[in-house]
Design a protein around this ligand. Sequence first.
Ligand code: GLV
Length: 324
Amino acid sequence: MKPKVFLTRELPPECMRLLTESTELSYNHEDRVLTKQEIISGVQNMDGLICLLTDTIDDEILAAGSKLQVVSNFAVGFNNIDVNAATRRQIPVTNTPGVLTNSTADMAWALMMDAARRVTEGDRLVRSGQWSGWGPLQLLGPDVSGSTLGLIGLGRIGKAVAKRARGFEMQVRYWNRTRLSESEEAELGVQYFPMEQVLAESDFISLHVALNDETHHLNSSRELSQLKSTACLINTARGPVIHEAALVKALKNGIIGSAGLDVYEEEPAVDKELLRLDNVVLAPHLGSATIGTRTKMGNMAIENCLAACSGNKPPNLINPGAYV
Ligand code: GLV
């Protein structure tokens, strides 16, 4: 018997083929986020739920899915799921780590290069028809090559960002909850410093921590005031890691130089003032948005779902407590 699976939004074609072959699938045919009520109706009598980072999966939804044997998130981050509630209900929760490391690291670099070299700002100028031609003082930005990169969080994605910095001959400093071994630091070419020092001494700062109670508003006005006034802050992690209103003030008042954001506190809403600032590049949460990565994420989410539905521990289990 094929497991009954509810999918909250369509995935890439290869994943949809696999799901249709291997499950009794029902899914949202419209390209939009489902309401809570729609998810509640959707999970009734389902063995598996495959959901997205835009779906808030709370205890009420888990209660409605009384037969659920898995909540399989199509994302590496899982702050959208009440994992404790799932554990209490003995429902395994899974994510998709590893497969989006490179694409997210590439995105951090895209934002860093864009914010520093003012590509999007220049694009706006050219499109406006107001560009008067090359000028020796036009749209100058900070040097990327040879500068100092500060990484807050050095998990899989942070490390991939560090590797790319080698080609730019940057000095890489990092802070992480747990320090790497000396040999791993040497291999990656990174130096450990306390967070305040990474913030104060870097030209570019890129955030790579998971969102949880400890990292919520990790970068608030106090931390932002420690940055160099020319510093460029990049966030491809989760919006609430930065206090967005404090960032707006810092960008507006020259406390920091620029920023590149892929994530926001209240997605898809973006602070109105941010939209008016020229020294920030705004991307619509595209970190993992490559064809290859999204297909791999889908296949991984399906693999996790099928494993749990057939009574096996899924490979990317977040809450081992669900099996205790
Ligand atoms: C993307 O933001 C993810 O967590 O997978």
